[in-house]
Write a protein that binds this ligand. Sequence first.
Ligand code: VTB
Length: 339
Amino acid sequence: MDRNLALEFVRVTEAAAIAAARFVGRGDKNAADQAAVEEMRARFNQIDFCAEVVIGEGEKDEAPMLYTGERFCMHERNGGTVCAPENLFDIAVDPLECTDSVAYGRYNALTVIVVGQHGKLLKAPDLYMNKAAVGPKARKVFEEKLYGVVIGAVSVREFLVGLAATLGKDVSEITVVLLERPRHETLMREIRSAGARVRTLTDGDVAGAIAPSLEDSGIDCLLGIGASTEAVLAAGGIRTLGGSMAAVFSAGGGSASGGKPFEKEQIERLNSYGIIDTEKVYFTEDLAGGDYVTFTATGVIDGPLLSGVKFGQNKITTHSVVMRAKSSTVRYITSEHAY
Ligand code: VTB
């Protein structure tokens, strides 16, 4: 269990990133996603490990590969005995985070794999979550205010004032990143009225949630509603970097607190994943818990976390990061692939 699998996974994310990068700006997000999925799935088969997908491409009936519940196990495939639960890993993947960014040649796309001990990554349906993420220096705010801001009990202004004080900055020097979505209009107004700066992302709140934990990202926090699956992926990286995140399931509309009530179908989906308390606030370790958590990602298009794939004359250059929570090791890997 102590093997740093993430170092083996970097070959998987590199291959998926290169496959997806060939589709940048070609207007076909499905083709880009499919290329990344196929490459990732094929490369997983080359690694000697046993895993169950907890976050993937969707339910079994909607995704032929990397669907929730899919198991891969090299020795079972080779006719060996059924893998013991203690040797099984949970795996959360997004073969292409930001398919639209790739299709339309925008900013911030990556391919990502998070691995944890079996039962330690949140098995979440693909719904929305209201999220707040800060970096390591803001842990104090995490304890006091992160919980409050995601459920709407602490105002955005109060949260940002607290964050600024903790970071030793003026609120006007705080930069909040959020997804550019109509559902964030109120949140945007609240941030502006508090006097903070705003950066928007067309897609990609995995990198957005990790950015505050990176010393030089220029981002102090992420706020707003994004995909629940991306919360688990981001938590994998935040664990290693020492930042904090809180997230609560959201019906998708409204402002900071999520606004509108859940639809019946959403509640049923949550229940089918064993999530009965729909108002529970999940912190970083609830999303990606246990001693063994790794995060591996390769950039497809430049973003706050990684540079994208560059096609050179005789080589393709990729930029990846490999993080391991147990040792807090962060490795940046630039690879040149001959072709
Ligand atoms: C985000 C973002 C993703 O979905 O979580 C977002 O990180 C949320 O969904 O890159 P909507 O697009 O419906 O707002 C993505 O944009 C795409 O998966």
